[in-house]
Design a protein around this ligand. Structure first.
Ligand SMILES: Cc1cc2ncn([C@H]3O[C@H](COP(=O)(O)O)[C@@H](O)[C@H]3O)c2cc1C
Ligand SMILES: O=C(O)c1cccnc1
Length: 351
């Protein structure tokens, strides 16, 4: 069976019994019920995902998918496309914004070239799994073929499965790809069935035509390619991006292997939504992080039914918000592992 199909079929819902047991145990700790708020919900979700009352997330990885976009030539961003290359090469050095946040919890950074326009040096610490040299311009035709989209999703599955085999027990999703808020908005507009302007934002900067022009390019691409909203792979292939596919693969592989996966901002959320449409159980394995400033991020999170927990006015991408959620997850695990129960605490009196 092809890898994508096999992975989709492997995904099952989380264990509701363990979830209920975890709730009961956390309620028995020395605190008023639910007084640790979202730390409790996170701990319960981690237990239900892993099947462990005391979940371990001591081997963390940020997986970054990097790729370029043919739609760049329409002028949707003022940033040079070469930014994708130098930023991608900076991840293994640990010097990007996300990397500096990931360092706080000693998270490993795994960088994957799934479709950067140029050949990267083989010794740069980037995993080279290039499906093609950037997408084609979706304003002139499909961004990629269905086969290429499937291959890019499989790259995400392969890399993630490999990391899990090596012992990684917490994953965060990240991306790098100049112009990728444009396909993100296109994919979301198709899934949500709205006018692109509603989900188009500033990204890392807009060209001289502003957000209206960016939305017009997206409108044109959707009209031309007619993606089928009920077929997530068709949508990703026609108006998506290679790193969006790669990240969808990360979500699928994490869920298939019962490993928690923290979703970053707008671009990651759109990929998560595509993976969710391939198997709705994926949602159980997704842990929210921050509320990106991009207007579409809220819509994507609502469609997924998850609530971002951090309001930090961030709009960088790269996985920065996901990495920022890692210490909070550590706190949730510490709470379950180290707190005494109310009964144990009260026993001090009788000693
Ligand atoms: C220096 C720099 C570093 C970045 N790191 C992430 N992004 C972010 O910006 C891009 C998306 O925005 P747009 O669609 O407007 O191009 C992605 O690469 C995203 O990760 C960056 C952008 C820049 C310029
Ligand atoms: O929220 C994001 O993922 C985002 C927002 C702006 C630019 N790049 C990424």
């Amino acid at each position: 069976m092809p890898l994508l199909q096999q992975t989709i079929e492997q995904i099952q819902g989380i264990d509701r019994q363990i979830e209920a047991d975890a709730r009961k145990y956390i309620d028995s700790l020395a605190k008023p019920p639910q007084s640790l708020g979202k730390l409790e919900t996170l701990a319960i979700q981690l237990s239900a995902i892993t099947g462990e009352r005391f979940p371990k997330i001591d081997q963390k990885a940020m997986i970054v998918m990097a790729a370029d976009h043919g739609v760049y030539e329409e002028g949707v961003t003022p940033n040079p496309q070469s930014t994708t290359v130098f930023q991608t090469l900076s991840f293994p050095k640990g010097t990007t914004g996300m990397c500096t946040i990931a360092k706080v919890t000693n998270a490993k950074v795994v960088t994957v070239d799934v479709g950067v326009k140029e050949d990267l040096p083989p010794d740069a610490g980037v995993i080279i799994k290039k499906v093609k040299y950037g997408t084609d311009n979706m304003a002139k035709g499909p961004a990629m073929t269905r086969e290429e989209a499937i291959r890019a999703i499989e790259v995400g599955i392969e890399v993630t499965t490999e990391e899990i085999k090596k012992g990684i027990n917490l994953i965060g999703t990240g991306e790098m790809g100049i112009a990728n808020t444009t396909p993100s908005a296109a994919v979301l507009a198709v899934f949500y069935g709205c006018d692109p302007l509603e989900v188009t934002g500033f990204g890392a900067g807009v060209g001289s035509g502003g957000i209206e022009f960016k939305a017009e390019v997206i409108r044109k691409a959707i009209e031309l390619n007619q993606p089928n909203a009920d077929d997530p792979i068709d949508v990703l292939a026609k108006v998506g991006g290679l790193e969006l596919c790669g990240m969808a693969g990360i979500f699928l592989a994490a869920a298939a292997n019962r490993v928690p996966v923290v979703v970053d901002g707008y671009i990651s959320l759109v990929s998560a939504l595509a993976a969710y449409k391939l198997n709705p159980h994926v949602k159980d394995y997704i842990i929210p992080s921050h509320q990106s400033e991009e207007p579409g991020a809220k819509i994507a999170a609502d469609l997924l039914g998850i609530e971002p927990m951090l309001q930090m006015n961030m709009r960088l991408g790269e996985g920065s918000g996901a990495a920022l959620a890692f210490p909070i997850l550590d706190a949730a695990c510490s709470m379950v592992s180290n707190m005494v129960t109310l009964e144990e605490a009260a026993a001090i009196l009788t000693k």
